[in-house]
Design a protein around this ligand. Structure first.
Ligand SMILES: *Cc1c(COP(=O)(O)O)cnc(C)c1O
Length: 371
């Protein structure tokens, strides 16, 4: 069994993907070929925002967003303590200070109560000038933007949605990657919408920030790429990846998002209620980047992981270390995040993807239920 079976997906999509790749090969337009703007337009329409600017990966997407806001030394940016390293790394890349915020035990997403507390602490203890919040849509579930928006407004903070795992999620009728002042995603192969290499995108309704991101992604270009008005980077999405994503976005919309939700629903039915299963709040939709259990202890987790392994079932720990314990951030004031601390020693993610068969879900559930 595969954790995320990309081979099965390719078998299904092979004719369309091979054709799309070969077309790019014979066009000779490997950089910024016509598949790129076409994809950007489709993504912007799907998400429901004015601008989509693709880039080289999800980390760059976050970095480009912060740079377009001029986040830099002396600024504080609030980041959940329980996330992938890149969500906080980009803050430090800008020279700003990440302030780690605890997460909600049920949704794994940034805790609005602790956010208010950490904003207060940053102001009192001089942790930098609060400038922005990075809210992560962890494991496919959008953060609680209905609660986050008023807090951002009250404190004059910009809201950045890290939708690297959230593409396809929703709150009410609105789609993930439309909730931030700027939102970003990643097309890393294992993400809900993945390409065959690295890729990412920035989404916003704001014309000025969109222009800034377009400039920054090509060496800070001005009127053309040999007129450089600021220091930027080289962060374009390859034409080949755009062509692959064009095929994958179609099936994502047609059936993959529905299929992965069916798999999650089946897990919910087949797994015993004695185990800590993920729950999706009323009105929210997840794209199920991960299906993550919370065990009672680190020992119980290790035992389950071992039993799954014996049955040939892969599992993974996302994430084994809270951000404030990463040695790269050791210099940053560590304010308490007890929930993130506990989750990092008790979570376990099970195989999930749109091509998973009901019998496979049952096989996994049998091992988990036998714990
Ligand atoms: C994967 C991921 C990123 C980084 O995306 P890359 O394309 O790998 O650079 C950022 N944030 C989160 C939450 C992620 O899961």
């Amino acid at each position: 069994m595969q954790f995320r079976d990309l081979g099965r997906q390719y078998t299904r999509l092979k004719p369309a993907i091979d054709k799309a790749v070969l077309e790019v090969m014979s066009s000779g337009h490997f950089i910024m070929g016509e598949a790129v703007p076409k994809l950007e337009q489709r993504l912007a329409e799907y998400v429901g925002v004015k601008h989509c600017i693709t880039c080289a990966n999800g980390t760059d997407a976050l970095y480009l967003a912060l740079r377009s806001w001029n986040i830099g030394p002396g600024d504080a940016v609030f980041v959940p303590d329980f996330t992938f390293f890149a969500s906080a790394e980009v803050v430090a890349m800008c020279g700003a200070t990440p302030v780690f915020v605890d997460v909600d035990a049920a949704t794994f997403n940034i805790s609005v109560d602790d956010l208010e507390k950490k904003i207060r602490l940053a102001q009192e203890k001089g942790g930098g000038t609060p400038k922005a919040i990075i809210a992560v849509d962890l494991f496919g579930l959008p953060a609680d933007f209905n609660m986050l928006r008023p807090i951002a407004q009250k404190h004059g903070l910009l809201l950045l949605e890290d939708g690297a795992q959230g593409f396809g999620g929703s709150i009410g009728s609105k789609r993930a990657c439309s909730f931030g002042d700027i939102s970003t995603t990643s097309f890393f192969p294992a993400k809900p919408l993945g390409c065959y290499g690295d890729g990412g995108a920035v989404f916003t309704d704001n014309d000025e920030w969109a222009d800034m991101v377009r400039s920054l992604r090509v060496h800070g270009k001005g009127s053309d790429k040999y007129d450089n008005v600021r220091i930027g980077l080289n962060s374009r999405l390859d034409t080949m990846q755009a062509a692959i994503l064009d095929v994958k976005l179609t099936v994502f919309q047609e059936y993959e998002l529905a299929a992965v939700n069916s798999v999650a629903r089946l897990y919910g039915e087949r797994l015993t209620d004695a185990i800590g299963k993920p729950s999706i709040p009323e009105g929210f939709g997840s794209s199920w980047a991960q299906y993550t259990l919370v065990l009672e202890s680190a020992e119980q987790r290790a035992m389950l992981q071992q039993r799954l392994k014996e049955e040939g079932i892969p599992s993974a720990v996302y994430y084994p270390k809270p951000m404030h314990r990463q040695s790269a951030f050791a210099v940053v004031a560590a304010w308490e995040c007890p929930v993130a601390e506990r989750l990092s020693s008790t979570v376990l993610s099970l195989p999930i993807h749109p091509y998973m068969e009901p019998a496979e879900v049952q096989t996994v559930a049998d091992v988990v239920n036998g714990l």
